[in-house]
Design a protein around this ligand. Structure first.
Ligand code: AMP
Length: 294
């Protein structure tokens, strides 16, 4: 694995690869890597000739400074994991490589995606995500971009961003990888106390129960029951909703065959967890296949 800290050196090598006709797949991360990230790398290696991962804890996407400070940083271990998984290139930019002193903030018209769910509860978050990806993608110009459906709304935002910035990269979303007990893998899981870790799988169980009952009950009732169940189990729910897979608008009714996504964000103590379950469409099957088998 070749490690770069500066665009200049990275782009020189990428330009050589491109002249040789080799394709590049890009997996952007914030580090504290786990098997979920590695599944994106595996997908990348399948599709692209060259796999490129980045690790950059992007300050502009944190709407709370404390969250940025507490974000886990495990670089030596991350490097080992990527090396073992056969990553070709690791890009590790410092903050001023991405945001030089005279950098001018950019704004993106993300429409309603910015005011719903994650957008509403994390003001500025998707602008920060868009900004860092705009900077990375416009320089790296990968053929494919690999991101996880664990961050469902982020995938929708990125699809929109790619159109806004006329990127030639195509987004290939990967299914959510889970622990055996259903908890979606996340860097934040490292911060759960043993007691919270035991409680955490309830989030996915509640999503599964909601999926089951939404087939014969109105979404509003299902959502209300799910929130009550999670609160009883010790979560502080920020949102729980059944939404349209593209617009992410809340659904007031569901008919047989309709596609939907159930999205949730809830706190255990001061740790914010998010998850989702895709109903109908191909992703649901992929999600099941992508899960670790018990
Ligand atoms: P992060 O480092 O948290 O910004 O995540 C980097 C990428 O990994 C994002 O595209 C996430 O959606 C993806 N990711 C995070 N957790 C998982 C997971 N459990 N399964 C699959 N992809 C994931």
């Amino acid at each position: 694995m070749i490690l770069f800290k500066h665009f200049k050196d990275l782009l020189k090598l990428l330009s050589k690869y491109r002249k040789e006709g080799r394709t590049v797949g890009f997996v952007p991360t914030m580090g504290a890597l786990h098997e979920g990230h590695l599944s994106l790398l595996a997908a990348c290696k399948k599709s692209a000739d060259i796999s490129l991962c980045s690790i950059f804890v992007n300050p502009t996407q944190f709407n709370q400074a404390a969250d940025l400070d507490k974000y886990p940083r495990t670089l030596p271990q991350d490097i080992d994991l990527l090396e073992q998984a056969g990553c070709d290139i690791l890009f590790l930019p410092a903050e001023d490589e991405i945001y030089p002193p005279l950098f001018e903030k950019r704004q993106y018209d993300l429409g309603e995606l910015e005011t719903l769910w994650e957008g509403k509860h994390r003001p500025g978050h998707f602008q920060g995500v868009s900004m860092v990806l705009d900077i990375l993608l416009s320089r790296i110009q990968p053929n494919w971009l690999f991101m996880g459906l664990k961050d469902y709304q982020q995938c929708r935002v990125v699809e929109k961003l790619l159109r806004l910035i006329n990127s030639t990269a195509a987004l290939l979303p990967s299914p959510t990888l889970r622990e055996r007990d259903g908890l979606a893998l996340s860097s934040r899981n490292l911060r759960l106390s043993p007691e919270q870790r035991q409680m955490a799988p309830e989030m996915y169980k509640t999503l599964q129960q909601a999926e089951e009952s939404i087939r014969h009950k109105p979404p509003a009732e299902v959502v209300q029951n799910a929130i009550q169940r999670l609160e009883k189990k010790g979560f502080r729910v920020e949102y729980f909703a059944a939404v349209h897979p593209e617009t992410m608008q809340e659904l007031s009714e569901m008919n047989p065959g309709d596609e939907a996504v159930i999205v949730v964000a809830a706190y255990l103590g001061d740790i914010r967890l998010i998850d989702n379950l895709i109903i109908g469409g191909i992703q649901e099957d992929e999600e099941r296949e992508g899960s670790k088998k018990t």
